[in-house]
Write a protein that binds this ligand. Structure first.
Ligand code: ATP
Ligand code: MG
Ligand code: ZN
Length: 310
């Protein structure tokens, strides 16, 4: 392992990493300065995930496991219910999905979006998987109430929706609609520039926290799908101002108006997105993707930024 943190991706010159992580990054994700080991390999997961189908409380199409940190053995172990982490391994179909997802989450965090603790983690075969801390569980195991927007909009099709419809639900049910609408606007922008063409209704949720009430949950399932699916038909799978392709700055400004944001609010979000360009480009260049994928990621990102800021 080299000198690059598997969580924040920063390359260290003078700080020592422990087992591939900054002690502070490890503490944030695992509660310990030394990261736990994973006792299974990438091929083991297909079998484990198959056994879990229909029994695990997390859904979604990609194989994934629910894990807990067993402090005694200092390992992450598989658990059917009550897990505190979700692990998504490499897949045959899409190249470097874990590296892609970790990079997108780091980028979202730079933009100020609420992001759960996440990292890449080596499995026993040395391959990297993506690991994320569950945000719907408190430390004592209490499960928070969470409802995704397919349920909230009562539709059978997770692609049958729009950012405007999500906003209408937020206006109706969120206890902090003002904050959530700005956040939703910024997520629409981010999904677009990061090439996330699979941000469907199940990839947005409202969560209930005692102190706040219902609000938009932290972000999840954020990946540059265009990178692994160049033939993807639409740039966004949920419509925005009636469109799914070739967005301009004007489309986003109109969307913000529909949300009821002030001109100043949308201008701020756009300006901030513009200002973090050098930071995001650096992140892409220093990510765990291979050189070919880094170049392609940069190309997608720059092309879309240009549509907004030309
Ligand atoms: N950090 C998290 N905390 C709590 N719940 C989460 C978290 N990440 C994901 N989930 C839940 O698990 C489900 C599956 O996760 P995710 O969307 O990342 O997987 P996926 O298989 O890639 O999904 P898709 O079917 O959209 O491709 C999500 O719909 C969400 O309800
Ligand atoms: Mg999903
Ligand atoms: Zn770090």
């Amino acid at each position: 392992m080299n000198d690059q943190c598997l969580s924040c991706q920063n390359i260290e010159t003078d700080l020592k990493l422990t087992g591939g992580y900054h002690p502070r990054c490890s503490r944030k994700l695992f509660g310990t300065a030394r990261p736990p080991k994973v006792p299974f390999s990438t091929p083991d997961i297909a079998g484990e995930a198959q056994k879990m189908v229909g029994r695990m409380s997390i859904s979604g199409i990609q194989p994934k496991l629910s894990l807990i940190h067993d402090r005694k053995s200092h390992q992450l172990t598989v658990i059917e219910r009550g897990g505190s982490y979700i692990l998504k391994p490499q897949t045959e179909r899409f190249e470097s999905l874990p590296e892609n997802e970790n990079l997108c989450m780091c980028s979202a965090s730079v933009y100020g979006i609420a992001v759960p603790s996440h990292a890449l983690i080596p499995l026993s075969d040395g391959k990297l998987a993506y690991l994320v801390k569950r945000f719907d569980r408190l430390e004592d195991g209490t499960k928070l109430q969470q409802e995704d927007f397919q349920q909230l909009l009562q539709t059978n099709d997770k692609y049958d929706g729009s950012y405007e419809k999500i906003a209408n639900v937020i206006k109706k049910y969120s206890n902090v609609p003002g904050l959530d609408l700005v956040e939703l606007f910024e997520r629409a922008l981010l999904n677009y520039v990061l090439g996330n063409g699979d941000a469907h209704l199940k990839n947005f949720s409202l969560i209930k926290e005692e102190s706040i009430g219902y609000h938009l949950s932290p972000v999840y399932d954020l990946v540059n799908s265009r990178l692994v699916l160049p033939e993807e038909r639409e740039e966004m799978c949920l419509s925005l101002q009636g469109k799914k392709n070739r967005f301009s700055r004007k489309n986003f400004i109109k969307l913000a108006e529909h949300f009821g944001l002030t001109n100043k609010q949308s201008a701020n979000s756009l300006l901030h997105l513009h200002d973090i360009t050098p930071a995001i480009e650096k992140m892409i260049e220093e990510s765990f993707l291979n050189e070919r994928l880094k170049d392609r990621f940069l190309e997608i990102y720059r092309k879309r930024l240009k549509r907004i800021f030309r």
